[in-house]
Design a protein around this ligand. Structure first.
Ligand code: FE2
Ligand code: FE2
Length: 272
């Protein structure tokens, strides 16, 4: 099974620029074209939050229109830029989304991997939270299927990333979450967004990774004390493979690039 992960699409109303600078809709169009052209075609796309920029219904309507050409089924989870109720009503046929409360879900038997979506949003805030109620939910949800290989989707990463201004809008409850992961070896990976960078680590002995966005990235500021900013480093997405009991992830760059050129000449000799 191939799963493409795009994250942090930050769609605005038509004609409005993100941070008054960036046409995120155009970037999403390019990302979708790239996904549709991918061989082999992914079986599923997961969109890991910050789907729109300010949680407005018009932004979700715009996002839905932009997603229409996507030829692959997709799942969504919310990020801090999303608004639960507006998101819910924008995806009425996404029956895996609960009709009230947190936008948590688990899809148990539809795919070779069990997929668990976790809602880390705190309405009105940029930071994320795993409160007791949510920790309880994930604890019980994972305990219900201890043998089933599982993928967790969550917007706020459960680790400190070293970029100070992003840590200030990070996730609470990460120690307890790490403990839960430790007890659940069926978790193959935790896929996150929010940081707009490719970052890989281990939490509670499980693989956790964060993807770049299809438009803008967060500048790699590791010195601290900066207000932080976004940077137009190459856009991308992740392409995850679940095969023969192993989970593997490719970071894909979106864009037009020179090549590919051959390594070997017509006789099979390495080109010198
Ligand atoms: Fe974001
Ligand atoms: Fe975010």
């Amino acid at each position: 099974m191939w799963i493409a992960q795009i994250t942090d699409t930050h769609i605005k109303r038509p004609g409005k620029l993100t941070y008054q600078k960036l046409n995120t809709a155009d970037y999403l169009v390019r990302a979708i074209a790239r996904l549709n052209a991918q061989i082999p075609r992914p079986d599923l796309v997961v969109i890991t939050g910050d789907l729109v920029d300010f949680g407005h219904p018009e932004e979700y309507a715009h996002l839905r229109r932009l997603l229409e050409p996507l030829e692959i089924p997709y799942l969504v989870i919310p990020g801090n830029h999303d608004e639960r109720e507006a998101l819910r009503s924008a995806f009425p046929e996404h029956s895996y989304l609960p009709s009230s409360g947190f936008l948590h879900y688990s899809i148990n038997d539809q795919y070779p991997l069990r997929i668990v979506g976790l809602d880390t949003v705190v309405p009105g805030h940029s930071r994320g939270e795993l409160c007791e109620e949510r920790l309880d939910w994930i604890r019980k949800t994972l305990a219900a299927e201890p043998q089933k290989p599982t993928l967790i989707l969550m917007h706020h990463p459960p680790f400190m990333c070293g970029i100070e201004h992003m840590e200030r809008i990070g996730l609470s409850g990460i120690e307890a979450f790490a403990e839960i992961l430790k007890q659940n070896s069926q978790v193959q990976a935790v896929l996150c967004g929010h940081l707009h960078r490719n970052i890989f680590t281990r939490v509670g002995e499980r693989s956790v990774l964060c993807s770049v966005g299809p438009a803008h990235q967060v500048a790699l500021d590791l010195q601290g004390g900066e207000p932080g900013g976004f940077i137009m480093e190459p856009p991308g997405f992740m392409l995850h493979r679940w095969k023969d009991g192993r989970f593997l992830s490719h970071a894909v760059v979106i864009g037009e690039f020179d090549g590919p050129y051959p390594f070997y000449d017509a006789s099979g000799k390495l080109i010198d």
